[in-house]
Design a protein. Sequence first.
Length: 406
Amino acid sequence: MDSSTPVRSINWKRNLIFIWLSQILSIAGFSSAMPFIPIYIRDRWGISGEHELGVWMSAFYFFGMFSFCLSTPIWGVLADRFGRKLMLLRACYVDAILFPCFLLAPNPTCLIVVRFISSAFTGTVSAAQTLIVTTTPQEHHGFALGTLSTAIWSGNLIGFAIGGLVVHYFGFTAAFLTCGLMYLFAGLFAHIFVQDNFEPTKGAASESVRSTWSGLSIGIWTIFALIIFTAIARRFDEPYVALMVEQIHGPLNTAFHTGWISAVAAVGGVISGMVLGRLCDKYSPEKIATPSLCLGGLTMFAQAFASSLGFYATARFMNFAVASGLEAIFLSILSRISSESRRGAIFGLASGLRMVGILFASALSGGIIYLVGVRSVYLTAGILFFLIIPAFWASRNILQSASSET
């Protein structure tokens, strides 16, 4: 979008509301099936050992994130060329078709192949983030991105609860079909109600992924690095909630307990998005990040030593409440130091690099769970949170300089 195009040519608050609602539906669809993949693999193919199942889950997440990393920068460039709303619709409609195809996989290897293909076309969150920052006045980016993160966690809350009940009472066929339907309704909702004031930038037709990487400031590269490392810490334990539930409680009703514990954690994510988003507009985002990282590490340690589902759920809730808004903090800084005409591509790159972090998390956590066990995954994640703090302190001068130059 050309810098002369007025951001307020559409009602940004109304747009934010409808993007928020669309994201709730799409994330609820994803969360109604994905957390229960370990149980699906166990029940369908009889893979029940903690270490073996952990390796399959690591591969499932790794190749999904790898595919996403490859495709997301391309979608970001296409967003700047053809429009940001179009990218949101692409992700919703294609996922509505591909996610139910998990049911057709005859073995775990084919399940991973389907995941690889679907991940190449997914990405409703990055598309929504790009659409938000390009249609919202810059002084409200912290609030808008924080609000959008509440949609992500509200969707997770709804999806976890629905998925846990659907899997428990009706089975995985119903769960994957429910996932597809939610994505379809999310796409229709965005198609009808969400607006985009996109206008192609002069010369955008010659824009490429390679040219997008060139000319980025050191401040943007610094934020990219922080996004990668934070993604590793934040998502290190994500594939293994069901395994931790079995470790604490045993195999009885694992899907049900995984669902409600994940829903409780999602409530913490909603709180984090609302509070940290507001704080980023009121105070410097740099001042909010350090306590969030510190508390994130402590609550990861608490999960590692959980001896009951209640304690585990409480610690997980607290972790999400203090750490889920970290991405909104860094994206708020990124929007402040990046040019408006390239935000689609830059946010696409940021999303892709976040997936690079998750990809590394999947590979590293898979090795740790195979060698040591599931509790060590949480201990490692806690250590990673604390390691990010000195790196962030070292980068503050760079970020302040980049902000003053924009």
